[in-house]
Each structure stands twice: as structure tokens, then as C-alpha cells.
Design a protein around this ligand. Structure first.
Ligand code: AMP
Length: 435
């Protein structure tokens, strides 16, 4: 099978790495890819994965490439091409593709759509209102005592969510988003949710239009600095599984979310084939959905795919074909920890082009994998090329040994200004030991 993967981050490196292990994969391209992806080879025939410089949002360019190379199966990583309708375009041209179609992508591209859907189909979420009028929005924040979260409706590079502790702050947030248009057209409507407290976990479920299969739990670390301080980022590290939900609780939570979700999709004529990634707050009143994403999380993918035992080509093919009910997901009974190494300054401004050393020594260690996010090959050297540079991932018999293994790898890798958190999975370990 000739496979095309779209995207260039740690998520896409993990997807390529896992797809390349499948005996079904005979040739593989990644657009635009990165330096780590270009080092991958297929298990079946040793062929190198080829990176091709086409943008992930260049839909006509991607279609022309897939047609020219007679690609059998395309896998989409990031949200933007999904929201732009790449799946609909490929399907209209008789090309098999994995990812949600444009209608289903609305769960991520419109928070107002998601909030209304959750309320209509009884999916547990925060008490909330949706508004296109700033005055009405402010009156609603007052009913919550100003303690709330104001969210721009559309895609805003993960920045359109403002947490407010009093009425003055919430009015300022409404003005920034709706009047000042801080996030452009994404802010012409807002969702305002009550502020929820609890442990936040990431759930992933693979869907095929009728069946949804839940993954084990994972947890991201969104803030830039240790102790959950500093600015919000795209994610500084993950681990799986978490101690915050037992298997039985996870199964119960999955039922509470996925059954009404799939039922609602069928009722609304949404053919949801792809990944559903709800962000969930485990409150004292039960789990509540904060938002839906319609693709794999990054860096969650890196911990999930190092634990997954199934053939990923077969799994994604079943998701696209509507045959997931015939497949059982299998996971290594191990823990996985991913520590993101970022450029100094991220998520603000950061330099590029810093030489990365130690990768060979890191790659020689067992049960570990260094996924590349923002890297590029320049004059024969791998250099930094983005905010998040590497996702250093390790498996262990338990969380503590996986964490130790991941940091042992991190300590072998160097680049100027490298920044990473020292406390990935630390909260979970404290919870486990009751500390
Ligand atoms: P979202 O993009 O909607 O998931 O929001 C980004 C982050 O804001 C989440 O990962 C949470 O940490 C926080 N957040 C979002 N909604 C709420 C809420 N209702 N209560 C508390 N924190 C929230």
C-alpha cells in the first residue's frame, strides 16, 4: 500500500513511525515532514520515507501529488486541512483518506457548534452560554460571578481561551475577543463556560461513523514551566496511562460521552470517521467536556502510539471503512512518557537553526524513541526549526521507570537554549504514592 501522511510535527512523526512498521506499507511520503521523519524506513522493504515540500494546507497541490503517485491511503495529522475539507476533496476524487470530513471537523473548528451539540445530546459539559452579542455575553458572565472561561468560537492557534476570575476580567475578555477582534473572525461568536476545577485528562477515541473505540487515558502538560506555571503552549509533555481514572471509570466515562456523541452525529447527518479527542475535566460532580478536537493530540500521539500493539494501517483503514467493530484495540501493559524539548523563548519568539547533538546516542537507547517536531536537515546537520523541537518518548514497566528513561534520553541531547519541563508525570507519581 502506498501511503501519504500530511503534516510535519511530532504527531506526524509518531504516525509515520508506527505506519512504517506495518507489513501493508510498501511506499510512504510525508508532506512536508521533518528531519526525523526523513530518517524512517519501512519494515517491509527498507524503503526510506520521503518528505516532499508541499504545504499541509495546499489542498490542490496535495490532491495532484496523491493522484500522480497513485497513493492508496492518505492519513491527515493536523486540524487545518481537515477544517478546509481535504477529506471531502479526496473522497470526491475517489482517493481513500483517513481523517474527519469538513462537517465533522466543525467539532473543533467551532466551539459554539460543539457546545450546542453537547447540550442537545446530553453530553456532560460545563454550564455555558453561546453569544454573538457582547452585551448579552457580559450579562451572562455576571450570572457566573465573573469566574468563567471566555472562548472564541473559531480556530485561534490554541490561544482563543481566556480564563477570568472576576467580572472586570470577564468583561475585558469579551471586549478583547468580540469587540477588539484579538483573534479575528474566530471571535465574532463566543462560548462562555463556568470555570471548572479538577484533574484535566485527554481522551482519544477512534470512530468509524457508527463505532467508537476508546484509548487509555493520557495527560498533557500545557503550561511552559514546571509546576504548571508560565504561558499556555501546544503541550510540553504527556504520559499514559494516568492514575486519575480506573479502567472501570474510563469505561463509564466513555459510555457517558461516546454513546450520545455517536447518536447525535447520526441524528445530525454527520459521518464521523476519524479521531475524536475530548478535553475532559474530572470534577467532583463527574467528568465534564471542555472541548472537542477532531484529530490526534500532539504530544498525546507519541505516548499512545508507543503503547499501541495493533497494526496502525489496519486500524485507520477500519476507521475510514466503517469496520472498526471487527477490531479490538491492544495496548502494551506499560507506561509511556513524552518530554517535549522546545526552543528557548517558546511559546513566544524563539530562534531557529540551532544544531542538535546527541541524537545518535539517544536513539541507541532501548525502549525509547525521539520523535521530531520542529527540525530540518541543513548542511548535513539536524537543526531546530520550530517552537517544539523534539518529543523524547520512553516506555517503562511503570510510570516512574518510563519517566526516568525519558529524562535519561533528554540529558543526552543538546541544542542552544533548549527548554523542557522537569516535572512531566510528576503529579501522577505524587498521586500514586499518596504524596
Ligand atoms: P480548550 O481549548 O477549550 O480546551 O481550553 C484550553 C484550556 O483552558 C484547557 O486545556 C483548560 O486547561 C482550560 N479550560 C478550558 N475550559 C475550562 C473550564 N470551563 N474550566 C476551567 N478551565 C478550562
Amino acid at each position: 500500500m502506498k501511503i501519504l501522511v500530511i503534516g510535519s510535527g511530532g504527531r506526524e512523526h509518531a504516525l509515520v513511525w508506527k505506519l512504517a512498521q506495518s507489513p501493508h506499507a510498501t511506499q510512504m511520503w510525508c508532506v512536508p515532514g521533518n528531519a526525523g521523519i526523513a530518517q524512517e524506513h519501512l519494515a517491509k522493504n527498507g524503503a526510506a520515507v520521503q518528505c516532499v515540500n508541499i504545504g499541509a494546507e495546499d489542498l490542490p497541490g496535495l490532491l495532484a501529488f496523491a493522484q500522480e503517485k497513485k497513493v492508496d491511503f492518505t492519513v491527515v495529522g493536523p486540524d487545518n486541512p481537515l477544517a478546509l475539507g481535504i477529506v471531502d476533496l479526496f473522497q470526491a476524487n475517489d482517493l481513500k483518506i483517513w481523517g474527519v470530513n469538513q462537517k465533522a471537523a466543525q467539532f473543533e473548528s467551532s466551539k459554539v457548534f460543539s457546545q450546542k451539540f453537547m447540550e442537545k445530546y446530553g453530553i456532560p459539559t460545563a454550564a455555558a452560554g453561546t453569544f454573538s452579542d457582547a452585551m448579552a455575553a457580559k450579562r451572562f458572565t455576571a450570572t457566573l460571578g465573573g469566574k468563567c472561561v471566555v472562548k472564541a468560537d473559531g480556530l485561534a492557534l490554541g490561544k482563543g481561551v481566556l480564563i477570568c476570575v472576576n467580572q472586570a476580567e470577564s468583561e475585558k475578555a469579551v471586549d478583547e475577543i468580540m469587540v477588539g477582534k484579538a483573534f479575528g473572525a474566530a471571535g465574532s461568536r463566543v462560548v462562555i463556560q463556568e470555570f471548572l476545577e479538577g484533574a484535566e485528562v485527554s481522551l482519544h477515541a477512534l470512530c468509524d461513523g457508527r463505532t467508537a473505540k476508546i484509548f487509555p487515558t493520557s495527560q498533557d502538560h500545557k503550561r511552559a514551566l514546571d509546576g504548571d506555571l508560565g504561558l499556555n503552549t501546544g503541550g510540553m509533555g504527556t504520559y499514559s496511562p494516568t492514575p486519575f481514572l480506573t479502567d472501570a471509570q474510563l469505561a463509564g466515562t466513555a459510555r457517558q460521552i461516546l454513546e450520545p456523541f455517536m447518536r447525535g452525529c447520526v441524528a445530525e447527518g454527520i459521518d464521523y470517521r476519524g479521531l475524536l479527542y475530548p478535553g475532559v475535566m474530572l470534577t467532583k460532580n463527574g467528568p465534564k467536556i471542555l472541548e472537542f478536537n477532531a484529530r490526534f493530540g500532539d504530544p498525546e500521539t507519541q505516548v499512545y502510539l508507543t503503547r499501541l500493539e495493533n497494526d496502525l494501517v489496519e486500524l485507520l483503514d477500519a476507521s475510514a471503512s466503517g469496520t472498526l467493530d471487527k477490531i479490538e484495540l491492544k495496548w502494551k501493559p506499560a507506561s509511556s512518557v513524552c518530554v517535549v524539548m522546545a526552543s528557548g523563548g517558546y511559546p513566544g519568539n524563539y530562534p531557529k537553526g540551532k544544531v542538535i547533538t546527541g541524537l545518535d546516542a539517544a536513539n541507541a537507547l532501548p525502549h525509547t524513541k525521539v520523535f521530531h517536531a520542529g527540525t530540518v536537515l541543513k548542511d548535513g546537520q539536524i537543526v531546530t526549526n520550530g517552537g517544539r523541537v523534539l518529543g523524547v518518548t520512553a516506555l517503562g514497566g511503570d510510570l516512574k521507570s518510563a519517566q526516568a528513561a525519558a529524562y535519561a534520553v533528554v540529558d543526552k541531547i543538546r541544542f542552544d537554549g533548549a527548554h523542557f519541563r522537569r516535572d512531566i508525570a510528576a503529579k501522577a507519581l505524587r498521586q500514586k504514592t499518596g504524596g
